[in-house]
Design a protein around this ligand. Structure first.
Ligand code: FAD
Length: 472
């Protein structure tokens, strides 16, 4: 701090107004603390403004279009042509985002929201740089929730016109002819599938040997088959080495190739926004990759400073940030809170993928013995009436006791179905609990019961007497 500058005292200072920051601020307010939240751009952060919400709006628009066409082609009685106007779609998406942003404003009533960029200038001080002034704040406790930004590639400089990151890809008002998606993670596959549904010719270029690496191979295979049907080309173990203006040059073991690209989406991961925070001023150093180390209570190495969301380790997901925000605020207020839950993961591709807990692949790699139960949506009445029979529910079960320790779903509404299995894993439910709970008919959730029955049968076959109680 420059000598002579007066710092205004603040009780709880939250840096960043995304899912982590606004949740922490709202919970601290509820618990009686005085809160100042500093946001450099817009309340709602990445998730609300340029991430989860606009991407799911675009994806829904694209998938609805495709599904209507599929149903008509399948002879379900739906007739007539449906089309899409992406510019109108953008206005609708903007409206959805605006309404939700207003909601965040309401949630923060009682907090002081400062628009500006914060950086540390001492052990208990932050300078907030607004358009025309700098304000200094002296905090009792602070929460770092500054989120993340897209990682970049030297060979593809993002201009948001032809070379896009996810923000640019979500703002298009026309459908690209030839879209090359660089990166086969969930953001690349979600947006690539959406544009394929809207009519783009899509190629996915992925440096590793598989796409959607967080999910088991048999789960991803369901998506791979759908990408094949959509004529989306997936090139694994391939890297982009140069851009030629209307094409990109890629390299793989097979040699060098040229792929037509009216547009390129660079989706190669995200980097934490910690570089410009002057963390050294508060006594913090970042771990490898720029993330801030925290304990279960989301406390950093400096006891008065917490960190949550994408700046910390673990999956960069909004619901993780929400949960961490609550924990940090509660711990600050003396409550025995901790972040120790399982974090479900979703990819809104076609069909949707969802996962929670231990994967079969992870268990096998660790040498852990598990039993698998699977059920296909091809025999599920509701999936057939939706004309979406592709996919399966897969349960990973601890053989001793029949506890559900993991689950993966590929199929319609997997994003909603995973909630039940998240409770199952979190609360250590047994197969018997899932089978014993009546699931309404006809619903997609019945596939969960079928998968639990399949797992229980396998368990019984391996030890028929001890495990009799595991199946009904
Ligand atoms: P952010 O949401 O990034 O918010 C951080 C905020 O801090 C920003 O508003 C930023 O302006 C502000 N800020 C940064 N530096 C400063 C500073 N120095 N001073 C003041 N303010 C600052 N997650 C899901 O769970 N589900 C999804 O379906 C999903 N889809 C996604 C799709 C896309 C295309 C993208 C890009 C992300 C998606 N995510 C999804 C990830 C999700 O958006 C993030 O995990 C989540 O937003 C992280 O929340 P956060 O609070 O940590 O940070």
């Amino acid at each position: 701090m420059v000598a002579g500058e007066i710092a205004r005292p603040v009780d709880v200072l939250v840096l960043g107004g995304g899912p982590g920051g606004y949740t922490a601020a709202a919970r601290a307010l509820q618990l009686g603390r005085e809160v100042v939240l500093v946001e450099a751009e817009q309340l709602g952060g990445t998730c609300l403004n340029i991430g989860c919400i606009p991407s799911k709006a675009l994806i829904t628009l694209a998938h609805d279009l495709q599904r209507a066409r599929n149903r008509a082609a399948a002879g379900t009685g739906l007739v007539g042509e449906v089309g899409v106007d992406l510019a109108a779609g953008q206005r609708w998406m903007g409206d959805v985002v605006g309404r939700l942003r207003d909601g965040v404003g309401t949630l923060l009533r009682g907090a002081e929201v400062l628009h500006g960029t914060g950086r540390f200038v001492g052990r208990d001080r932050v300078a907030v740089e607004a358009e025309d002034h700098v304000e200094h704040l002296q905090f009792r406790e602070a929460i770092i929730a500054t989120g993340s930004r897209p990682a970049e590639l030297a060979s593809l400089v993002v201009d948001q016109v032809r070379i896009l990151d996810s923000t640019g890809a979500l703002a298009l008002t026309g459908v690209p002819d030839d879209l090359v998606v660089v990166g086969g993670g969930y953001i690349g596959i979600e947006l690539g599938t959406a544009y394929a549904h809207l009519g783009s010719r899509v190629t996915v270029v992925e440096a590793t040997d598989r796409i959607l690496g967080e999910f088991d191979v048999d789960i991803v295979d369901v998506v791979r088959r759908r990408l094949d049907e959509l004529a989306v080309v997936v090139r694994t173990e391939t890297t982009v080495v140069a851009d030629e203006g209307d094409a990109v040059i890629v390299e793989s073991a097979a040699g060098t190739d040229r792929i037509q690209a009216s547009h390129v989406l660079v989706a190669v991961g995200r980097l934490p926004n910690t570089d410009d925070l002057q963390l050294e001023e508060v006594g913090l150093v970042t771990a490898l990759g720029g993330r801030i180390a925290v304990d279960e209570q989301r406390r950093t190495a400096v006891p008065t400073v917490f960190a949550i969301g994408d700046v910390t380790d673990g999956p960069a997901l909004a619901h993780k940030a929400y949960a961490e925000g609550r924990v940090a605020a509660e711990v600050m207020c003396g409550m025995p809170s901790a972040f120790d839950q399982v974090v479900p993961l979703i990819a809104f591709c076609e069909p949707e993928l969802a996962a929670v807990g231990i994967t079969e692949g992870g268990a096998r790699a660790d040498g852990r013995s598990v039993v698998i139960g699977k059920a296909s949506f091809a025999v599920n009445g509701r999936a057939l009436t939706l004309e979406q029979p592709a996919g399966l529910v897969k349960l990973v079960v601890e053989p001793d006791g029949g506890f559900v320790v993991g689950a993966q779903i590929a199929g319609p509404n997997a994003s909603e179905l995973i909630a039940e299995l998240t409770i199952a894993v979190e609360c250590a439910l047994r197969l018997d609990d899932l089978v014993g709970a009546i699931h309404p008919h006809p619903t997609l959730g019945e596939a969960i019961v079928d998968a639990a029955r399949a797992a229980a049968r396998r368990l019984q076959r391996s030890a028929p007497i001890d495990r009799q109680t595991l199946v009904r």
